[in-house]
Design a protein around this ligand. Structure first.
Ligand code: FES
Length: 514
């Protein structure tokens, strides 16, 4: 979406190229828009790092590097680092939930969500006000409520997700009837959540955005909602309008690529490149045409995945075992082994399966030993080779969202399994561990002893476990994850403003407030 005002333009989440192992494509196809022109903007806003929002290739090739990036206040610097690597140099770090006035009277506010379950450790929404017109691009963020946005006055345009963006339940190895029943429940829950948000904000106009994707690879074609499957979790914008009407909604506006909606305090005038209803009436034909046009792109991507030189077991051990060692909450939360069945082919073209177990209680990665596991994932070996070859730290934002796997689990959904596999870096793991630590111990945060000092366990910066990363020399503590220093006697952070640490001498009874 591009927001144009007299005080400047903001391009939001421009996604064009396929994401997640060439599984997801934007639908309707937006690759034929005039991106040379659309990319000439004053501001860029990327809500989070999921690859259907952060399209590195498109950002690099088409978005003006003179644009100022409106950056959510995320706990790690990954988004800024990635954007800098693409050539962006101007950043406005928006303080969380605070209105920032830009030149010309354009006002923005960004709410960053930072729990390990929000996006790839972070998702966000953008609020914009210009000339008395207010807009909330909630996107696919899931705040507890929308009160922070309502505070600044009536919102005129509310843009939000309504469809599915996950692999559940399609990839699960379940009888078809169960899969349909779970899918139906999920589809209903998605709509209920959307109605709740819409009702919270009571905007004049509601724009269903951020999905669903379409699936153009033959292997995934069945995930498109064109087969009359009531358990399909990817209903499109026309279904949204029909369902919204059933609950009394009359202010929904569907945008196609190239549609323009002019929002004022009085109303909204929208023009479309083609009639919307007619477009969706021919959805299957559009998808089939797209599938033919994108075949070569999918084939080229597939050809890049295999890396037979990668020793998958050895590499998984090397990358994952140190993280298992450090993990307290996530490992405990998973509570059992997780098995990967990697399907390849031998020289004669026959199928091979290598079974590898990530043993959370045992803290090791090893061959499967005929045991009961918590989760089992079956996928192409080439995909995991590719993840290891590229050093991917987030297997949710790559393998799992690709839906190119099947899964079975014993017992309930376990958020810790996916939280762990999105944290395959020291920085992310420490952040997630610290987050759970703080939330499990909100009242009675844990202290540890290092040398002569008793100090809070989690670094005030990004929550590294100081029993592993903290070094005390004299009265000074250094956290080795990013090198921040703290004066223990006063609790003052010597590297950055704020971030006071709670510490006291082991032989003293008085404590410093952290
Ligand atoms: S977590 Fe960054 S310095 Fe401690």
């Amino acid at each position: 979406m591009r927001i144009d005002t007299a005080a400047g333009s903001i391009l939001c989440d421009p996604w064009v190229n396929p994401a997640y192992f060439a599984s997801w494509f934007p639908f309707p196809d937006n690759s034929q828009l005039d991106w040379e022109t659309l990319g000439q903007v004053d501001y860029l806003y990327v809500s989070h790092l999921h690859r259907d929002h952060f399209d590195a290739k498109h950002l690099r090739d088409f978005v003006s590097k003179d644009a100022t990036v409106l950056l959510p206040e995320f706990p790690t610097s990954e988004m800024e680092d990635e954007l800098r690597a693409l050539g962006f140099t101007k950043f406005l770090k928006a303080p969380n939930e605070q209105v920032v006035e830009l030149p010309g009277g354009l006002k923005i506010m960004i709410q960053a969500l930072t729990s390990p379950t929000d996006g790839p450790i972070g998702d966000s929404s953008l609020w914009v006000e210009y000339d008395g017109v207010r807009l909330l691009n909630q996107n696919d963020a899931r705040p507890a409520d929308l009160s922070v946005f309502a505070e600044f006055g009536h919102v005129h345009a509310h843009l939000l997700q309504f469809s599915g963006a996950i692999w559940y339940p399609m990839v699960y190895e379940l009888p078809q009837a169960a899969k349909t029943a779970f899918g139906k429940q999920k589809r209903e829950r998605q709509f209920d959540r959307t109605w709740r948000y819409i009702d919270d904000l009571k905007a004049d106009h509601v724009f269903p955005i951020a999905g669903p994707p379409c699936f153009l690879d033959d292997a995934l074609w069945q995930f498109n909602d064109i087969h009359g499957d009531e358990g399909n979790i990817f209903p499109d914008q026309s279904v949204f309008l029909a369902e919204y009407a059933k609950v009394g909604g009359t202010n929904g506006i569907v945008l196609l690529p190239g549609s323009v909606a002019e929002v004022t305090t009085e109303g909204c005038a929208t023009t479309h490149p083609v009639p919307v209803a007619e477009f969706f009436a021919n959805k299957t034909a559009h998808l089939e045409e797209m599938r033919e046009r994108k075949r070569a792109i999918i084939a080229a991507e597939k050809a890049s995945w295999r890396h037979p030189e990668v020793d998958v077991l050895g590499e998984m051990k090397r990358r994952i075992e140190p993280l298992l060692d450090e993990s307290i909450y996530l490992a405990k939360g998973v509570g059992g082994p997780v098995r990967f069945d990697l399907v390849g082919t031998d020289d004669a073209g026959g199928e091979t399966v290598e079974s590898i177990v990530v043993d959370f209680p045992g803290k090791e990665v090893r061959p499967y030993a005929d045991e009961k596991v918590r989760y089992r994932f079956r996928t192409e070996r080439a995909l995991v080779e590719h993840l290891l070859h590229t050093g991917e730290v987030d297997w949710v934002n790559s393998l799992f969202l690709s839906c190119r796997f099947s899964a079975a689990r014993i017992g309930q959904y376990n958020e810790f399994v996916y939280a762990f596999f999105k944290c395959l870096s020291e920085e992310r793991l420490q952040y997630a561990e610290g987050w759970y630590d703080e939330h499990e111990r909100a009242v009675d945060a844990e202290d540890i002893t290092i040398g002569d000092w008793v100090v809070q366990r989690r670094c005030p910066h990004l929550k590294a476990d100081l029993s592993r990363f903290g070094i005390v020399e004299g009265d000074q503590l250094t956290c080795q994850l990013h090198g921040w220093k703290f004066d223990m006697a006063s609790g003052r952070c010597l590297t950055s403003v704020g971030h006071k640490i709670r510490a006291h001498r082991a032989d003293a009874t008085a404590t410093q407030a952290g």
